[in-house]
Design a protein around this ligand. Structure first.
Ligand SMILES: CC(C)(COP(=O)(O)OP(=O)(O)OC[C@H]1O[C@@H](n2cnc3c(N)ncnc32)[C@H](O)[C@@H]1OP(=O)(O)O)[C@@H](O)C(=O)NCCC(=O)NCCS
Length: 405
């Protein structure tokens, strides 16, 4: 008999991820969150009042600020959860929705919750420009507008743009521009193949995003909007961004909107309810390193998780490493392969088998839960096994989760 105390994923869903210029760009991230929060419980007939704990990640705070504070609380109430439901808004940059899952696991293990939900919601294109100082009046001179999306690099406080650190460190690891462009092309091709094979489908990982219009029928988005046809020739012509030696718009993800949610409970509870778990959570950890090491942190976090679980990278049938840029999966698989060229190739072959953020998109707060569910559904298609998903975020923080299907 399986361990009844193990924590299992019983439901996992996301909206499609949008492009910058999308109908979704007008929808508040809170409303995207509401969509997935309703859907993830409906699919398994869990009632709102049965969910004890909701952690909600969102990390483009300027967009959330359009609705002022506590996005988790607002989304919880708007999605029809009772006023007594405990929720938490959190920002651990791109790691956020896996951080939410980790907190949900903790709450269940601590006996504080029986059913927990992890949510990630983001709308990057809706991010307003900031006009600091206006509250005190602008007596004379030009008004300065700040674009919080530009460079995504915390440059105001002296940190580098992420693309600069990632590109420079990639070169130090022998991961050059050509390798990053080749990875980017592979991401697009693997994603196109997965779509052609019906892997990203409504009712499984995806739900439709239904966007009401002022006039006429709602716009319904059923597929990710970022995947594109490209070639090595086209990729190699693109200019690097934000002072990076290697990162270009082609080997980076676009900025989009989207939301994802995962529902967890102890296996005992799932069995009582007649639910077939999608995956068992074996281990989930966080880590952090020097900001410059952002491309290395997925590897370090995966290794920490494997060590905690008493497993090795060879036990993993599939790996997901977020393509914050192509540099991340390349550098991190190289570290995990310990400079063994054959092993490095093997690890690359089982990483992001259905494409990654470069093709699918990267609405930052929603991505980590997306990696987890993409891998869970794919492991199920492949007859089960272990998988590890990892993500880097904001000044080299990391989250990793090992699941078993
Ligand atoms: C990379 C980034 C700056 C691009 O922004 P953008 O300039 O608005 O993006 P676009 O989609 O217009 O792409 C720029 C150009 O590259 C081209 N391009 C993009 N991807 C391409 C591809 N795969 N093949 C060929 N051309 C491509 C576009 O067609 C466009 O060309 P144009 O200028 O001739 O129209 C922006 O998406 C970004 O900052 N992404 C990274 C987000 C991020 O940092 N996430 C978090 C990581 S931790």
């Amino acid at each position: 008999m399986k361990n009844q105390d193990e924590i299992v994923i019983v439901s996992a869903v996301r909206t499609p991820f949008s492009r910058f210029d999308s109908a979704m760009a007008e929808v508040a991230s809170i409303d995207l969150g509401v969509m997935v929060m309703k859907e993830v419980i409906q699919r398994v007939a869990v009632k709102p009042e049965e969910v004890d704990d909701i952690s909600y990640g969102t990390c483009i705070l300027a967009e959330a600020a359009l609705e002022t504070d506590v996005p988790a609380r607002q989304a919880t109430l708007l999605a029809g959860f009772p006023a007594e439901c405990i929720s938490l808004s959190l920002d651990r940059a791109c790691c956020s929705s896996l951080t939410c899952l980790r907190l949900g696991v903790r709450a269940i293990k601590a006996g504080e919750a029986e059913i927990a939900m992890a949510v990630g919601a983001e709308n990057m294109p809706r991010t307003p420009h900031l006009a600091p100082g206006l509250r005190r009046g602008a007596r004379l001179g030009h008004i300065k507008l700040i674009d919080c999306l530009f460079e995504l690099g915390y440059t105001a406080k002296g940190f580098n743009p992420v693309a600069k650190d990632a590109g420079e460190v990639a070169l130090e690891y022998g991961v050059n521009r050509e390798m990053q462009d080749a990875w980017a092309l592979g991401s697009q091709e693997k994603c196109a193949k997965a779509y052609a094979e019906g892997k990203f489908k409504i009712g499984e990982e995806l739900m439709p995003a239904v966007i009401p219009q002022k006039k006429g029928e709602p716009v319904v988005i059923e597929k990710d909007e970022s995947p594109r046809n490209t070639s090595i020739e086209a990729l190699s012509k693109l200019k690097p961004i934000y002072g990076s030696p290697t990162v270009t718009p082609g080997n980076a993800p676009t900025m989009g909107a989207g939301a994802s949610a995962i529902l967890i409970m102890p296996r005992r509870k799932a069995e009582e309810r007649g639910l077939k778990p999608l995956a068992t959570i074996v281990n989930i950890v966080a880590s952090a390193t020097e900001p410059r090491g952002i491309a290395t942190i997925p590897a370090l976090t995966i290794q920490k998780s494997l060590d905690h679980a008493g497993l090795t990278i060879d036990d993993m049938k599939l790996i997901e490493i977020n393509e914050a840029f192509a540099a991340m999966p390349l550098v991190s698989t190289k570290i995990l392969a310990k400079d063994d060229a054959k092993k490095w190739k093997e690890l690359q072959d089982k990483t992001n088998v259905n494409g990654g953020a470069i093709a699918i998109g990267h609405p930052v707060g929603a991505t980590a839960a997306r990696l987890t569910m993409t891998m869970a559904y794919e492991l199920r298609r492949r007859g089960g096994g272990y998988g590890v998903a990892a993500i880097c975020g904001g000044l080299a923080q990391g989250e990793a989760v090992i699941i078993k299907v």
